[in-house]
Design a protein around this ligand. Structure first.
Ligand SMILES: Cc1ncc(COP(=O)(O)O)c(C=O)c1O
Length: 370
């Protein structure tokens, strides 16, 4: 065999997912470890989703409904949009991929921020597009520089709001002003994976942003069932967009991209208001508690509108991450993102939060971080 890997593929560093619990326990010979690294819902999937999935198991010999009829209808009703303005994906990751497939050709430019969600740039690179990366300023998307960076070759702009990993959203007024200045030939993908956790007054009116696009860019809002809805393992995401954009995404997607169990599970989770509200309440309470306790340990924690937050540990973040692994607690070092002394913590259950705080105090002491 003499296969040549194209340069754009060879130079990709694979996405580093949060360390799986099983892998940690195998490698370190420990048990009962906890993961506060991937911004998942620690309270599990909605019980109604689990019941719906159980009920659908006997139908697995059939292909799923490629149009995701029931879930699409429910999402359209939820957002007061038409079904033609909703596209579903195997996680919102797949929709990021569809957007790039549909709108980016060799040499086209895509603007992203750094640090932000890493998948945008990887997918653009696979497609042979050109990544233009604008650094965050004060942990915020630098909207004026992004505007100044747009060229005739720009096809897409990815903005995660709230941003992963910093946790802060773009203010709705700043967002509207920005969108009004982006040319008509550009599509802005607003990745709202964490929108459920935000204060309502900070959430943009996404329906209006999608529909009122005369004389300016198109807007796509990316959403997911992986966070507040607790279904990360099922892989379901969706996006809201002008129907003309949706038509192109349907052309590039796999015909059965959302499996049968994912469709019924997500629909049941969407209707499980009690579980959803409880998740939001517990997440907000957990976030407040963790941030206060971390500050009592003499560290700075950063405000967040999500289910995670950054902490400056006053020392090497990766060394702390490794010391925490020995305590059976998985967190994220932000060193690879350029924040050498910061870690990202996902809110856990009440017991997990306590365990994390005990481990953190111990490891800060062991490492001599003052
Ligand atoms: C900002 C952001 N967008 C998208 C995703 C991917 O979500 P999904 O599980 O729907 O693919 C994540 C996951 O962590 C994320 O943080």
């Amino acid at each position: 065999m003499n296969i040549q890997t194209p340069e754009n593929i060879a130079s990709i560093t694979p996405y580093p997912p949060g360390k799986p619990l099983e892998e940690l326990e195998r490698e370190y010979g420990i048990s009962g470890s906890i993961k506060m690294a991937s911004n998942e819902n620690p309270w599990g999937p909605s019980p109604r989703a689990v019941a719906a999935i159980r009920g659908a198991l006997e139908g697995l010999h059939r292909y799923p409904d490629g149009s995701c009829y029931h879930l699409t209808q429910a999402l359209a009703a939820r957002h007061h949009l038409m079904a033609e303005e909703v596209v579903l994906g195997n996680g919102s990751n797949e929709i990021i991929e569809m957007l790039v497939k549909a709108f980016v050709q060799n040499g086209d430019e895509v603007i992203t921020s750094h640090p932000s969600f890493l998948m945008y740039q990887k997918i653009v690179q696979v497609r042979g597009g050109v990544n233009t990366v604008v650094p965050l300023v004060n942990m915020q998307h630098d909207l004026p520089t992004i505007l100044a960076t747009i060229t005739a070759a720009t096809r897409l702009i990815f903005l995660d709001s709230p941003n992963n990993p910093t946790g802060n959203p773009i203010h709705p007024l700043a967002l509207r002003d920005f969108l009004n200045r982006v040319p008509e030939s550009v599509l802005v993908a607003l990745d709202e994976a964490y929108v459920d956790f935000m204060d309502r007054e900070l959430c943009p009116d996404i329906r209006t942003l999608i529909r009122e696009n005369t004389g300016r860019c198109g807007v796509v809002s990316l959403r997911t069932f992986s966070k507040a809805y607790g279904l990360a393992g099922l892989r379901v995401g969706y996006a809201l967009m002008p129907s003309s954009v949706a038509v192109s995404l349907h052309k590039v997607r796999q015909p059965f991209n959302v499996n049968q169990l994912a469709q019924v599970g997500a629909l049941a989770a969407l209707q499980d208001e009690e579980f959803y509200q409880l998740t939001l309440q517990r997440t907000r309470a957990g976030l407040r508690y963790l941030q206060a306790e971390v500050e009592k340990l003499g560290r700075v924690s950063y405000p967040s509108q999500t289910n995670f937050f950054l902490v400056d540990v006053h020392g090497d973040a990766t060394a702390l991450y490794e010391a925490m692994l020995y305590q059976g607690v998985i967190i994220r070092s932000m060193k690879p993102y350029g924040y050498a002394s910061m870690v990202r913590i996902t809110v856990g259950t009440e017991e997990e939060n306590e365990r994390f705080l005990r481990a953190l105090a111990l490891c800060l002491d062991q490492l001599g971080y003052r």
